[in-house]
Design a binder for this molecule. Structure first.
Ligand code: MLT
Ligand code: MN
Ligand code: ZN
Length: 305
């Protein structure tokens, strides 16, 4: 089984269109050692032809263009994307659905009732798509059950509710519900291997640590290095916690959490905000991650399991 990281950046991408922070400006002018990144998404395949798209990024068309494997060309109109699974209703995870509207049949769409309600009201994507290809929805549980996906044999997905935040446009932003944010365990039924994926993760509970310990690869929230990085850089008044993200550094941060797990588990940070100093490949922050055995995802990264 294979996971392809299509987009490893948080909302806004890297560099962000209107941003002149040290990272965005530095990348634009070739002053820092870093790679550009598109917004958050992965694709999963068991047979190498048919893929589950996990989150539909605003950058989906660029990501598809950069990933020839997603076009098997079996017919004059075709795509390797057999279904789309949404982990939350954030702009950077759902906007790409609109770009898939030329499909000849309804787009198979898997999401929790909470996410489906946000994308049919506050940001009414499914209503808009009903005038194009339409969507065929499957409601996802968020209670740790394992599901299979029609048309994608060989892929099993365990869906768990995690602590984070629904998007700013959701009526539940200040009052999150269990199905607003999922973590996924993507399982290979052929060999039992498990990959945990949670691009938005606000807290690591003891139960979640136990689940993570049962996996061989972790792809987890790499949004911010510090709790107040948007504030100290003068870009926003929001702290990481208010946005539903656990920062890497500091007491109780992601580095400390991942340090509780065996070294044999591959640990990768994903959904990286453009302000994060770990994006700079020769930074002290990146060196600290390397010392802890933690990797930083990049677009085009392949994970075979
Ligand atoms: C988030 O995960 O908090 C989002 O990337 C924010 C956004 O899309 O603006
Ligand atoms: Mn996001
Ligand atoms: Zn920036």
């Amino acid at each position: 089984m294979r996971i392809r990281v299509l987009g490893s950046s948080a909302g806004g991408g890297f560099p962000q269109w209107n941003c002149n922070c040290a990272n965005c400006d530095g990348l634009r002018h070739g002053r820092i050692k870093a790679r550009a990144r598109t917004q958050s998404s992965i694709a999963v395949t068991a047979n190498g032809l048919d893929w589950l798209l996990v989150n539909a990024s605003p950058d989906i068309l660029t990501q598809i263009r950069d990933t020839p494997d997603l076009q098997p060309a079996r017919a004059v109109r075709d795509s390797g994307i057999a279904a789309v699974l949404l982990m939350d209703a954030q702009i950077d995870h759902v906007t790409g659905l609109i770009m898939l509207r030329e499909r000849g049949s309804k787009l198979p769409l898997l999401a929790t009732p909470e996410v489906l309600s946000d994308i049919s009201s506050g940001f009414p994507i499914t209503g808009i798509l009903s005038h194009y290809c339409g969507v065929a929805t499957t409601e996802l549980p968020s209670d740790g059950r394992t599901i299979t996906v029609d048309g994608l044999p060989g892929i099993e997905v365990q869906t768990v509710a995690i602590a984070s935040k629904p998007p700013p446009y959701s009526p539940f932003r200040g009052n999150p519900r269990a199905g607003d944010n999922l973590g996924l365990v993507i399982q290979n039924p052929a060999n039992g291997a498990r990959v945990f994926y949670a691009p938005g993760l606000g807290a690591v509970t003891p139960e979640l640590l136990t689940l993570m310990a049962s996996c061989s690869v972790l792809l987890v929230d790499g949004t911010f290095w510090t709790e107040d990085e948007m504030i100290t850089q003068g870009l926003s008044k929001k702290k990481a916690a208010e946005m539903g993200h656990l920062p890497q550094s500091g007491p109780g941060g992601m580095i400390e959490q991942l340090g509780k797990l065996p070294r044999s588990i591959r640990k990768i940070l994903i959904h990286i905000n453009n302000t994060n100093p770990m994006l700079i490949e020769d930074s002290a922050e990146r060196a600290e991650l390397t010392r802890h055995g933690i990797e930083v995802a990049h677009d085009g990264m392949d994970i075979v399991f």
